[in-house]
Ligand binder design. Structure first.
Ligand code: PLP
Length: 391
């Protein structure tokens, strides 16, 4: 019998050393950082409980179970036929990006990033002695986002640019790149010898009418000049286990990447994290399907609510991710006032768009991966606060 998950269940996460819920006051609904408020799938809970009861937590051996679980998921969900030898465990996605940057670029090089960008990107690039070069995504009249190809090529052609750090699907705009777009990026990067790191952590959350395409699968060149980073953490709410995987089809690239981790002795695996990922990928496809349906309904609810009740806040078409990029520019506030307004007047915590770099000013990022009742309450609070401005 197929398992059913109850995404309406409200879980009290306060006082659990939870970043989302224990950062702001108890009167604030947190709709910010990218984890969900859902319980993780029951098979993961059971697997962890069983392993915990063993009561011996020594060093694990590497028997390729983890790698095979990653392969199975990529093959079944994205039709990307990968091999266990291409997969490398990483202690999360952001560290994997840093290892790749160290392995495939030199200090002083430029890393191309489409902006606005997931906020750690503009942090880890300069912190590791590289420079971020921005390719602003272009806002379309309907609120969707498009690549500025002329600018992309101009930046890629700069000989100082040696890496393109892609976020696919894109956080924070919710854009799901098409095969044609990915292929065009690959062709430009090939022409200008730019290595690609593709952060595909949000690939499971892609809404009807859109398809996630792993970057490495678009061409032979892409397969040989790319690291794809994944983590089931966003989908199954297991970010606290600190897991991830880098998928690197080219053996030489794989060795270069692995050496960076090995030099830092950063390759040790967490026994619970390994188990959580393996169980997620091997046994919890039902959960990913049901989650997507639930999020699709939350998305529809939010669209309808904003259009009919808070038209000052605009939301374009969302193709992927549970992170909505709300255009609040019509409220006419600078970013600090906007953040404070939602936090203090509405009592809703969102991410300040300004922290996502160029193009983020006036936007707020809303996380809708929560029980519908919580989403409804957050939107009602936002409506009340915005209405109070008119008085
Ligand atoms: C695009 C993107 N990459 C990476 C991460 C963080 O992943 P990890 O915790 O595996 O480093 C997030 C989390 O929000 C994200 O949105």
């Amino acid at each position: 019998m197929k398992l059913q998950h109850n995404f309406d269940e409200v879980i009290d996460r306060r006082h659990t050393q939870c970043k989302k819920w224990d950062t702001y006051g108890e009167d604030v609904i947190p709709m910010w950082i990218a984890d969900t408020d859902f319980k993780c799938p029951e098979p993961i809970v059971k697997a962890i409980q069983k392993r915990a009861e063993h009561a011996v937590y020594g060093y694990p051996c590497i028997d390729k179970s983890y790698e095979k679980a990653v392969c199975g998921w990529q093959q079944r969900r994205f039709h990307w036929m990968i091999e266990a030898e291409w997969v490398e465990y990483t202690p999360a996605v952001v560290p994997a990006i840093v290892y790749a940057m160290k392995a495939f670029t030199h200090p002083g090089d430029q890393v191309l990033v489409q902006v606005p960008a997931y906020h750690p990107f503009p942090q880890v690039i300069p912190h590791n002695g590289r420079h971020l070069v921005a390719n602003p995504l272009q806002e379309q009249p309907d609120g969707s986002w498009a690549v500025d190809w002329a600018d992309f090529e101009e930046k890629a052609a700069d000989t100082r640019t040696t890496m393109f750090l892609l976020c696919s699907p894109h956080n924070p705009t919710g854009k799901c790149f098409t095969r044609e777009e990915l292929l065009r990026m690959a062709e430009i990067c090939e022409k200008h010898h730019v290595f690609v790191v593709s952060d595909e952590i949000h690939s499971d959350i892609v809404y009807q009418g859109n398809v996630h395409i792993p970057f490495s699968s678009v061409s032979d060149w892409a397969a040989n000049h790319c690291v794809v980073c994944v983590n089931p953490s966003k989908t199954f709410n297991i970010a606290g286990f600190r897991t991830g995987a880098a998928i690197i089809p080219n053996r030489n690239n794989h060795d270069l990447f692995y050496n960076e981790m090995a030099n830092l002795k950063a390759f040790g695996r967490n026994i619970f994290g390994m188990l959580a990922v393996q169980t997620a990928y091997n046994e919890c496809e039902y959960y990913a399907d049901q989650l997507l349906d639930y999020l699709q309904a939350n998305l529809q609810y939010t669209h309808t609510f904003l259009e009919s009740r808070i038209p000052q806040i605009k939301l374009g078409p969302v193709q992927a991710t549970y992170l909505l990029w709300l255009d609040c520019r019509a409220l006419g506030m600078d970013h600090l006032s906007l953040m404070n307004f939602f936090l203090q007047q509405a009592k809703v915590a969102m991410n300040d768009g300004y922290t996502f770099g160029q193009g983020g000013d006036g936007f707020m990022r809303l996380n809708i991966a929560c029980p519908r009742a919580q989403l409804q309450e957050a939107l009602l609070r936002m409506e009340r606060a915005v209405r109070s401005l008119a008085k």
